[in-house]
Design a protein around this ligand. Sequence first.
Ligand code: ADP
Ligand code: MG
Length: 366
Amino acid sequence: MLDTAPDSTTSPTTSARTLQSPVALPAQTGGATIQLLDVTKSYPGSDAPAVDHVTMEIAAGEIVVLVGPSGCGKTTTMKMINRLIEPTSGTILIGGTDVLRLDADEHRRNVGYVIQQIGLFPHMRIAENIGLVPRMLGWSKKKTAARVEELLEVVGLPPGEYARRYPRELSGGQQQRVGVARALAADPPVMLMDEPFGATDPITRDRLQNEFLRLQREMGKTIVFVTHDFDEALKMGDRIAVLGPQSVIAQYDTPEAILAAPANDYVASFIGSGGQLKRLGLMRLRDAELRPAPARRNLPVITIEATLHDALDVMLENGVDKILVARDESGTGEILGSIRMDDLMSSIADDSSDEPAVTIDPSAGS
Ligand code: ADP
Ligand code: MG
């Protein structure tokens, strides 16, 4: 059984000092390719399969978002990857290994899993919750404690303050961070995240998304991320699989490509209105070609870290067709150049497909 003795948790005195040191990131094992080959799941007693002959490849180190309406089979598809649900037929390979041939319990521990309901054990302290899988995998108390401390730092919960608390002593957003830390504990190459931030308020959700994307830039895990929210899919996904009923893939491509050319009306309906404007939200000023800064400097200023969508917002708010771009966050430092409304329009009209050029209607959309 699990050892939950208090000495397996972090001592407050050592962690107070760790706080000052730079935040260590989790070990970087990178990710592994996931392949679903003709995977089907039929639940006993239902006429139609919940997941019908799905084939897809998820490249190592990418976040792939499965997006689709409630009941379309997202959770079933995801849970077959860690064998919380056994496929009726088909093959699932991770890093080329057929996972259906592995010991199911052992396989499950090697895949990180984050769910909306968080699922922390209420009677265990935060450190014990995070250390659960490493202890099951036979890590020593010392190695587990060090890993727990490192992960608490990574997710922004100073161990000195949080390691010995119980889940009920944390806010929803903090509990969700613990959920992420727990999934990362044994440094799995693959993480499954099922509507992980769905239960939090919009501001907390935005923050958790940003923190997670920052973390992923360092970790390069292979992540399957489920959501019913297309805007979340755009933000989180390197690639998005838009799923129809029975997990049938309507389109599987980058966010940019899906917004530029939805495969059919079903995908288009998912994007909703303002698809062209949403494309602007995927492009950053730092990647755009800026014009020289004009002599006239009494124009609104935006930071180069902002998106083209943010730039359009500033233009519309100020009733101007040109703004300045500055290096720093507040937009008050060195001016690097300027950008015009025309530039924004041509950036979304300009793509390699032979679609007719699109113009944006600033009154439309999101
Ligand atoms: P999603 O996550 O996209 O909302 P699910 O994968 O949870 O969808 O469900 C897909 C379909 O399978 C739904 O019709 C659901 O009712 C059915 N289903 C899910 N779990 C079970 C189960 N344990 N037994 C029978 N049917 C199920
Ligand atoms: Mg679901």
